[in-house]
Design a protein around this ligand. Structure first.
Ligand code: 4AD
Ligand code: MG
Length: 471
């Protein structure tokens, strides 16, 4: 294995720090001086708390260069500090570094100068809105770094969950010719950038000979491979030109979409529930330090809520029963519920927080408010859809059993005015060896929001893209 220098996380885990020589590399979080002692908290993003390095400028052992260098060691500067790892007398940390050597690698000016700009993330806490305008630096803050560590563990856990269950990781296309959700909120792709006109002359149909878009979902393509490999899942970006300027929508987000052959709605619900509960248990287990931070600084009661999801069965109810329940409390809602309406955030909130006191899987929605591919029920009104709703957030997963009957699917597509010729490849899956199958999509950022308590979805993705925002 290639030798790597130890991360601060590894240094902090040393249990018998018998004056071991170490090198700390990272960025200065805070720095304060007391007489001859300078306390510098260094962080390299590997842990929440960072490591305390103490320079004793009066010590005869102090490297002659330290006194000269230390003036350049401001908040935000990068440095390499050498010294001894020793037990710490301070509360809240087991070890610290008795520093003897210092090399400032990159300065971060504290004030505007003639040749430089001041480091924007000085010690005081900044609002998340302020930080959103500098995604290139916000990863150095405690909150965003903790979010990204949780994001990483979850990504890893998602692959583990599916790999352990025989699912194959499938890469579906980002550029597509079909509108999977039929919602029409797509970004169109054109070749040539600013010179699109010249390209258009040479190829009137566009680069691909037909219109193309950024994919809103990999589902349709995943279905094709599920009907060949039995169990597949995607984990990739999805794009939606939704103008809804909400705390739950991004124009570019990541989605996990398992698709399973020989599966019905009940199987699909069980898989979705296992999946969410597995991920909540994983966060409790693997991200305890970051979770304690979110509990203390972002949302009280977060840990208990995640534990509840990990440990208790989800409530299931049909859309019809959900609406009946909501209608009993009409007065509580701004948007009055009725059979056929799309559930609003306030309704989802009521169902999860008041009616069930936990996650709810709502099934069998009216077909008019769901996508064309969903399996139709015999009542002629509803489809085998399932949305998983969670407290605080609302919809986190959307899915369904798929219409596997060729005639039924074609009829539904015509009713909706879809061009069946355009989806001929998709209909082939029903022409040849069709089987019952089902799947769902989990919004990755919604999941991260849920387990971190972060209020705005733009703060759980490294570079948020939303209407009017492209930094
Ligand atoms: O409910 P949706 O639209 O379902 C689909 O895309 C299906 N093709 C999934 C499937 O059956 N394979 O989206 C799935 C999930 C939502 O429940 C939500 O968590 C998330 O994706 N999502 C978004 N997340 C962030 N920003 C947006 N604009 C989102 N739109 C959907
Ligand atoms: Mg949905």
């Amino acid at each position: 294995m290639t030798p790597l220098f130890p991360l601060i996380k590894e240094l902090l885990a040393v249990t018998a720090p018998v004056s071991r020589e170490v090198v700390v590399r990272g960025w200065v979080r805070t720095r304060r001086a007391m007489k001859n002692l300078v306390f510098v908290e260094m962080n390299d993003g590997s842990t929440l708390s960072g490591i305390q390095c103490i320079f004793d400028l009066a010590s005869p052992g102090a490297d002659g260069g330290v006194t000269a260098e230390i003036g350049r060691l401001n908040t935000g500067a990068s440095a390499e500090i050498t010294g001894k790892l020793v037990p710490s007398p301070a509360a809240g940390q087991k070890v610290e570094v008795a520093a003897s050597g210092l090399r400032v690698l990159g300065e971060a000016p504290a004030e505007d100068g003639p040749a430089s700009r001041a480091y924007p993330l000085q010690k005081k806490r900044h609002s998340l809105e302020f930080l959103r305008e500098m995604p290139q630096l916000r990863g150095r803050t405690t909150t965003i770094a903790a979010v990204m560590r949780v994001r990483n563990r979850l990504a890893c856990g998602i692959h583990r969950f599916f790999q352990e269950r025989g699912y194959l990781y499938l890469h579906t296309p980002i550029i597509t010719g079909s509108d999977a959700e039929g919602a029409g909120a797509m970004f169109e792709v054109r070749a040539g950038g600013g010179r699109a006109e010249a390209g258009a002359e040479a190829n009137p149909g566009g680069f691909f000979g037909k219109r193309s878009f950024l994919s809103v979902s990999g589902q349709l393509e995943a279905e094709a491979y599920a009907l060949a490999l039995s169990r597949v899942y995607t984990f990739g970006p999805a794009f939606r030109a939704e103008n809804s300027n909400t705390a739950r929508h991004l124009a570019e987000f990541w989605m996990i979409e398992p698709e399973t052959a020989f599966f019905h709605l009940d199987d699909n619900m069980a898989l979705a529930e296992d999946f969410l509960r597995f991920l909540c248990a994983l966060v409790l287990e693997d991200c305890a330090e970051d979770l304690a931070f979110f509990e203390a600084r972002v949302e009280k009661g977060l840990t208990a809520a995640i534990r509840q999801v990990a440990e208790t069965a989800f409530t299931r109810m049909s859309y019809t029963d959900a609406v009946t329940e909501l209608e009993k409390h009409r007065g509580a809602f701004e948007f009055k519920p009725y059979w056929g309406c799309d559930l609003q955030s306030e309704h989802e909130k009521f169902l999860t927080e008041d009616a069930a006191g936990g996650p709810v899987i709502v099934t069998d929605y009216p077909r008019e408010i769901k996508a064309f591919y969903m399996k139709q029920n015999d009542d002629g009104k509803t489809v085998r859809a399932m949305d998983v709703l969670v407290p605080r957030l609302g919809e986190i997963i959307g899915g369904s059993e798929r219409e596997e009957n060729l005639a039924a699917l074609e009829t539904r597509m015509r009713e909706l005015g879809l061009d069946t010729g355009h989806y001929d490849w998709y209909l082939d899956l029903r022409r040849y060896g069709s089987v019952p199958h089902a799947g769902f999509g989990l919004g990755f950022e919604r999941l991260i929001q849920y387990v971190t308590g972060m209020a705005n979805i733009r703060d759980v993705i490294p570079y948020p893209r939303a209407a009017g925002q492209l930094y």
